[in-house]
Design a binder for this molecule. Structure first.
Ligand SMILES: [Zn+2]
Length: 242
């Protein structure tokens, strides 16, 4: 029976029988993968750390009897500090939920895998504001998913919008609205110029390079934007400060 070696990040696990867990992994080459991790809940199991949330490693998967089984794993990163900081943990869990909802079985996810790994690393190991890190994740996520928001021209009529007229973003159509197109659009949400400038800069230069204030990151807006696109509403109590 065939076996596969793939990088993976644990997006979710569910208890299965007494000692096993069913893992949902993100693989750069195989997309979303469900794999049974046998015996991982036994004390001293070599697969215990490979079956925890956020674990990143090289998984050896075995395909048989209609399902994948984890036969071994070399864990390279656990993002352990996420477990000791509830606030960061909440955001990290949210990123896993978005990834799980968007990744498809059998579809390559190389960019998403890299984005998720880097974002988890920033949440775990840097002092960056977790809301800004998560907003940057959502922004890059929309870019690699093919719906980068339009941030200088009207998404309806295509007209360039002067900075001083920036006021609304059309969530469903994916970009700013000019003043004449703003009438009666129910999915339009308020956005400020500093928020738009932050999004432009992070899209262009990345969150590590931007010098704009983290408080300009429009987390709630981007969450609404991405969740509308992937058609999945994710509960996020108290995640986004307004
Ligand atoms: Zn317009």
């Amino acid at each position: 029976m065939p076996s596969f070696i793939t990088q993976g990040i644990v997006l979710r696990h569910a208890d299965y029988r007494e000692h096993d867990r069913m893992l949902t992994l993100l693989s750069p080459t195989m997309g979303r993968v469900e794999a049974l991790c046998r015996g991982c809940k036994r004390p001293q199991s070599p697969l215990l750390s490979a079956s925890e949330w956020f674990a990143l490693g090289e998984y050896v998967l075995f395909a048989g009897k209609g399902r994948m089984t984890v036969s071994s794993c070399h864990v390279t990163e656990t993002f352990y500090p996420l477990r000791t900081d509830y606030d960061r943990l909440k955001y990290a869990t949210y990123l896993l939920s978005i990834t799980e909802a968007a990744a498809q079985p059998g579809e390559k996810a190389v960019e998403l895998f890299t984005l998720l790994a880097r974002s988890l690393s920033r949440l775990a190991y840097t002092g960056k504001d977790p809301q800004a890190v998560s907003a940057a994740f959502l922004l890059h996520f929309s870019n690699i998913s093919g719906y980068r928001p339009r941030l200088s021209h009207c998404v309806r009529c295509g007209k360039a919008i002067p900075d001083e007229q920036i006021r609304l973003m059309d969530i469903e159509n994916g970009g700013l609205l000019c003043s004449s197109c703003s009438e009666g659009i129910s999915a339009a949400q308020p956005v400020t110029l500093p928020q738009v400038q932050w999004m432009r800069d992070v899209l262009q230069n990345g969150i590590d390079k931007t010098t704009l204030p983290e408080s300009n990151a429009p987390g709630a807006l981007l969450a609404d934007y991405v969740e509308t696109r992937i058609e999945k509403k994710i509960r996020h109590q108290g995640l986004w400060k307004t």
